[in-house]
Ligand binder design. Sequence first.
Ligand code: ARG
Length: 460
Amino acid sequence: MSEKPWAGRFSLPTDKFVEEFNASIHFDKRFAEYDIKGSMAHVRMLAKQGIILESESEQILEGLKTVLEEIESGKFEFKTEDEDIHMAVEKRLRELIGQVAGKLHTARSRNDQVAVDFRMYLRQEIFEIKNYLKLLLETILNKAKNEIDAVMPGYTHLQTAQPILFSHYMMAYFEMFKRDYQRFTDIIDRLNYSPLGAGALAGTTFNIDREFTAKELGFIAPTLNSLDSVSDRDFALEFLSAASICQMHLSRMSEEFIIFSTSEFAFIELSDDYCTGSSIMPQKKNPDIPELIRGKTGRVYGNMISLFTTMKGLPLAYNKDMQEDKEPVFDTVDTLKASLKIFSPMIEKMKLNKSKMYSSAKLGFSTATDLADYLVRRGLPFRDAHHVVGRAVAYCLDKGVDLSDLTIEELKGFSELIKDDIYDYITLEASVNSRKATGGTAKVSVEHQIKLGQEFLSEN
Ligand code: ARG
């Protein structure tokens, strides 16, 4: 067992199982690249401030470069006895350049080190997640554009409510994922401050330049309070929250794809390469991918609750509990990235069964409100109009037809206010295209949404 860097005041070596239990290296090795970049900036600052010699800084920088290369090429050996990535890097540095390696940790603690690593890591991951989101937004927008005229039933309570354009339905999700994109941008704005130099908790006695390291590492500025710097995990909580909302959006859309691809609905057909079969029922084509995305939402929520719970009772400043902050974030990063990555091509390749959507839109008397509105516009109080249409619907149910299938004589029989122009109001097309006000389902309105969506994409 190797001597620990902190072993000076100890008379017994760490118990083997305690060592394993205490270690985080098997997961925080994900920070390796950021840990080394943070150390490079720190060491340059130490030399600039005259805290270490220029020649010492050069030696350390050379050594750190070698360690980074070893990690990137897979040569680096991650050992439990090194406890975490911070100590593993420093130990390897010492093997490479000798005792001068010990100067790297001047005016720094693992507490500010892990905080700066975590922020850099998450900043990069959020950047990548935003790219996947942008691709998804483009895919949704293109689907809406290409299928602008397709009519489908709109639902409340999963009961047919009013006809809508499929493109309107798509653009609803555009709005959701657009907000997700904006939320991730907001998180970076608040996350992008450097805790490096906060020390263990109270700052440092050395004359360091935190503005310099902040700038070197691409942060806006240093954080302002050393206690907060080492104990704050709001950025991770914000990320887990935003990721949960985003995954929830994916899950809701998945749920609809699952329902819409049943043989009862048959509105859409997912591409064969995004489905699987059954080992016993030869006719089956299962929507595993949307099901899995819906299922994975559980772990994404779980990760969020996990960190909120870890943080809730912690006194300032750092506590070892906080080592539990990383795995939930890593898991959510992996899950969300994979879900987003698979979602865009799944939407792009799915096929619409437009005639089935159209005939289903007619099934539930989806234009009943339009008939009532027609009567109201001709002076009938809404309550009476509601009653008249109710009778017409009952009549149609009996005959097994839609309102728009009735003859003009039949329709006029329900109210003398009904005139020959009634069909201009109660067909699916008429119903859809009369909802022209901002945000409605009329084609002009959807076109407007698409135009604004395109502007958003070109600005971001
Ligand atoms: N591995 C630790 C973590 O992830 C690094 C910080 C350790 N700090 C300490 N004072 N023991 O939280």
